[in-house]
Design a protein around this ligand. Structure first.
Ligand code: COA
Length: 434
């Protein structure tokens, strides 16, 4: 049988695919904006008929109905990254968070963990090309590894004619067990605006990024503002967990050329896309953009093979010893580690590389300093002081690498909001670092 005949044989309805899930099964969904809406929502529709089904997924852009307490005993929800529609469930106990594993190791975690290795992968892919190859579209990160791991079980793919064909790792029809052909709108995300503070941070960050660097941009408002500020750079390259809208603008402006990259020359390498539909269409069939799984893109040893790799990520808080918290507020998990530490470490393995953590000096209308003497009880250290490099606020740049505790504290106080500097000094003296 050729692949076209097999393809026809594999087509089922979403209801049929979901009816095959047995009580006690574990399912991984394609990550984030690549989640397959037809499969996920149909599974939720039939949730009351299932018992003890574990759902493992990222920041869900869909309804995320599985966290509703009404599904207790039907679904167990394991999240790889908390978003707006899983934070309340986390606090109420209906969401378990996967903490403690760097993103590039998740494929290994899914493969070896009795708790997490899946019976099913529910993914979204493009229509096949003439060779029967489907693209992972906007998300390959742990979506491709989910398919690899669920090879012990079953792979169900929603083939969505809207999904953009992005180069990189592909999925052959032979590796899919059931196909659900259904058109769905694409999941997209918007962009935050730039204000006076973020513009200052972007200016400081731009001063650290040299021509010919390869960049990684994290998520949130700040990395995007920083990218918008790189228009006068030359020959930048991209090796980044997430490919973002600003990269399209930098390619169009001739700033990103990937010509000086030492691996994957000429190509923006990412594991996922996050942006508007116009951005997805720009990357579609565009040989300059490729998506690959996180055990390639986020492996610090791979990242470190790039020359002048610069990682640019946001954090929520940093203490006077240089420990950064990027994922918890008030002792409670807020988002996730994602690939932040992978990229911080990878950048510093790179010849001429740098890691930048950017943050506003304050939150909540200047009432809270984000530079703190010590972290609140229960807060997470995402980037340990052993890995920290540049920290940037609207008041300047602190390079903490190879500094004493006192030098670190002084450098951080110098970039704290002026209203909090005396208090930080007082607390720093009490802690013995000043
Ligand atoms: N104390 C209390 N509240 C704080 C705070 C602090 N220190 N810092 C921020 N907040 C509040 C903000 O006021 C905001 O509240 P609001 O929603 O009520 O306005 C909220 O927390 C979010 O803060 P913001 O700075 O706007 O976050 P962001 O959307 O720009 O995201 C991170 C920043 C750090 C949460 C996000 O980048 C993240 O999760 N990073 C970790 C993973 C990562 O970097 N992945 C990419 C690697 S490839």
């Amino acid at each position: 049988m050729n692949w076209k005949e097999k393809y026809a044989d594999k087509i089922v309805s979403a209801e049929y695919a979901v009816s095959l899930v047995q009580d006690g099964d574990k399912i991984i969904f394609g990550d984030w904006l690549g989640e397959p809406p037809a499969l996920v929502e149909t599974l939720y529709d039939h949730g009351m008929e299932k018992h003890d089904v574990t759902i493992i997924h990222g920041m869900s852009p869909g309804s995320n109905r599985c966290v509703d307490p009404a599904y207790a005993g039907h679904f167990r929800h394991v999240s790889t990254f908390l978003g707006p529609n899983s934070r309340p469930g986390y606090r109420e106990g209906t969401v378990e968070y996967i903490g403690g594993t760097n993103f590039h190791k998740w494929p290994e975690m899914f493969a070896v963990s009795d708790i997490l290795n899946p019976h099913w992968a529910f993914v979204q892919v493009t229509e096949p090309d003439e060779n029967g190859m489907c693209s992972f579209g906007v998300d390959c990160s742990f979506t491709e590894p989910a398919v690899r791991t669920a090879a012990k079980g079953k792979v169900v793919a929603q083939i969505n004619p809207n999904f953009p064909r992005i180069g990189g790792k592909m999925l052959h029809i032979d590796d899919i067990d059931y196909i659900v052909c259904q058109e769905s709108p694409l999941y997209t995300i918007g962009r935050a605006g730039v204000n006076e503070k973020t513009q200052k941070i972007a200016d400081y960050c731009a001063s650290l990024i040299e021509d010919d660097s390869t960049i990684q941009l994290g998520i949130g408002a700040l990395p995007d503002a920083i990218a918008r500020n790189l228009m006068d750079k030359k020959n930048l390259g991209v090796h980044s967990e997430t490919l973002t809208e600003s990269m399209m603008e930098l390619v169009e402006a001739g700033v990103i050329t990937n010509s000086m990259k030492t691996i994957n020359k000429g190509i923006c390498i990412g594991s996922q896309l996050a942006g508007s539909e116009a951005f997805y269409r720009y990357c579609e069939n565009n040989p300059m953009f490729e998506v690959h799984p996180v055990d390639y893109v986020n492996d610090p040893y791979i990242i470190g093979q790039n020359y002048k790799q610069v990682s640019i990520n946001a954090c929520l808080e940093i203490d006077l010893k240089g420990q950064a918290n990027s994922e918890s507020i008030g002792g409670i998990q807020y988002s996730g580690i994602g690939g932040q530490l992978d990229h911080v470490r990878g950048a510093q393995l790179s010849k001429g590389g740098k890691s930048i953590l950017a943050l506003n000096s304050t939150a909540k209308g200047d009432t809270i300093s984000k530079i703190v003497p010590f972290h609140a009880h229960g807060n997470i250290v995402t980037v340990p002081r052993y890995d920290i490099n540049y920290v940037v606020t609207e008041y300047g740049i602190a390079n903490l690498k190879y500094k004493t505790e006192r030098q670190r504290a002084e450098a951080l106080i110098a970039i704290a909001h002026p209203d909090f500097r005396d208090e930080l000094r007082f607390e720093g003296r009490k802690l013995g670092v000043l």
